[in-house]
Design a protein around this ligand. Structure first.
Ligand code: DQA
Length: 146
């Protein structure tokens, strides 16, 4: 099984972006640690980041066509992108898991982060555990798809 792990805008800046919120690890560090956890549970990870909403949407369309489960950190798009929500709904309506993840706990932060337009169409949500949010999501996808 391959799991598509997508990260949205500004997550390519991890390491130097608000380290008091997101820590000092870079996205490349996160990818490396996720790859080793994935190997331990016997899955491959297709790890990608983009700052572009359309690109994320097209990746979700391709996941539907290829029947690939998805772990998605929608970053700021979480809070307002109905286009991304509709694309996420295509994934879960197709019977594929889509787990929404966040490094931080958005509910303990600014009010605008308390709303997720993605959660209502996600299979589940994991937030607040840093890079472990991604690892837990991958492990859960493995439980779901076997
Ligand atoms: C985030 C939380 C979002 O509110 C924020 O816009 C991000 C990252 C997280 O992983 O904690 O860019 O999705």
């Amino acid at each position: 099984t391959t799991i598509l792990v997508l990260s949205g805008p500004n997550l390519g800046r991890l390491g130097t972006r608000e380290p008091e919120v997101y820590g000092h690890a870079t996205l490349a560090d996160l990818e490396a640690s996720l790859a080793s956890s994935a190997e331990a549970v016997g899955v491959d990870i297709d790890f990608r980041q983009t700052d572009d909403e359309g690109e994320l949407i097209r990746w979700l369309h391709a996941a539907v066509d290829a029947r690939t489960p998805v772990v998605l950190n929608p970053a700021a798009f979480t809070h307002y992108s109905y286009g991304l929500r509709d694309a996420a709904a295509l994934v879960t309506s197709a019977g594929l898991p889509l787990i929404e993840v966040h490094l931080s706990n958005p509910h303990s932060r600014e009010t605008f982060r308390h709303t997720s337009v993605i959660s209502g169409v996600a299979t589940g949500v994991i937030a607040g555990f840093g890079a472990d949010s991604y690892r837990l999501a991958v492990e859960q996808v493995v439980r779901i798809v076997g």
